[in-house]
Design a protein around this ligand. Structure first.
Ligand code: CA
Length: 235
């Protein structure tokens, strides 16, 4: 039997938490409610959730601080986080995504919208749940342990760069436009501009060090990951 996805709701307002919980339950998801960061951490320590719904304004640690903390923690770094923010708080959304949130939703939100966002992050997460590893040349990415090594040496890679690299390595030797990468790696963040892709590609290349040349810029078209870049072959 398929396990019911667990959704950790970190929200200090009981009425909102209860409304979300009821709707999740009616839609085949298992809600767990925590009213602040400390109790959320206890829940996470006990059972790793499939998705975290994280309110921005919380007593004690803010949602932003919690998102950063969980992204930096090896155990929770792959768990999708959807931030709940106040209407029209554009800088908040950007800061939330910078802190490692996968998506955001603005209060007040419709149940349908919330469920759609949760399903989207679960879908996007699905390929990573398969504990596969991909190897291209001397570069190896292990989705199970979230580790990347080049010539046997571990590389330090941020969460977005990891997702980007995972996609590149699974679809090597093909050219992907920025719009395609936004769609496949970021999902449906409509407000993210295409140049965001360039920023993360740059970070990815830096993180890869000598293997950075495997990520090629294809002028006027986008990016391609290749296991046999000319620069490496000559070396
Ligand atoms: Ca709140």
């Amino acid at each position: 039997m398929k396990k019911m996805p667990q959704v950790l709701i970190v929200e200090d307002e009981p009425a909102i938490a209860e409304l979300i919980a009821v709707n999740l339950r009616h839609n085949g998801l298992q809600p767990i409610w925590a009213e602040d960061g400390d109790s959320a951490q206890r829940e996470i320590d006990a059972v790793l959730p499939d998705v975290i719904l994280l309110d921005w304004m919380l007593p004690g640690q803010s949602g932003l601080a919690l998102a950063r903390k969980w992204r930096a923690d090896g155990r929770t770094k792959a768990v999708p986080i959807i931030m709940l923010t106040a209407r029209g708080d554009e800088p908040d959304k950007v800061a939330g995504l910078d802190a490692g949130a996968d998506d955001y939703i603005t209060k007040p939100f419709s149940t349908q919208e919330l469920l759609a966002r949760i399903r989207a992050v679960l879908r996007r997460r699905a390929p990573e749940q398969v504990n596969d590893s991909v190897a291209q040349g001397d570069l190896v990415l292990d989705a199970g342990t979230h580790r990347v090594t080049y010539q046997g040496r571990a590389l330090k890679i941020g969460p977005t760069e990891f997702k980007l690299l995972h996609f590149f390595m699974k679809h090597a030797e093909r050219v992907h436009s920025r719009a395609q990468l936004l769609d496949k790696v970021w999902g449906d963040h409509v407000f993210i501009e295409e140049r965001t892709v360039d920023v993360h590609v740059k970070r990815l290349r830096e993180a890869l060090g000598a293997a950075g040349v495997m990520v090629e810029t294809v002028r006027g078209a986008g990016y391609r990951f290749t296991s046999q870049p000319p620069a490496l072959m000559q070396a």
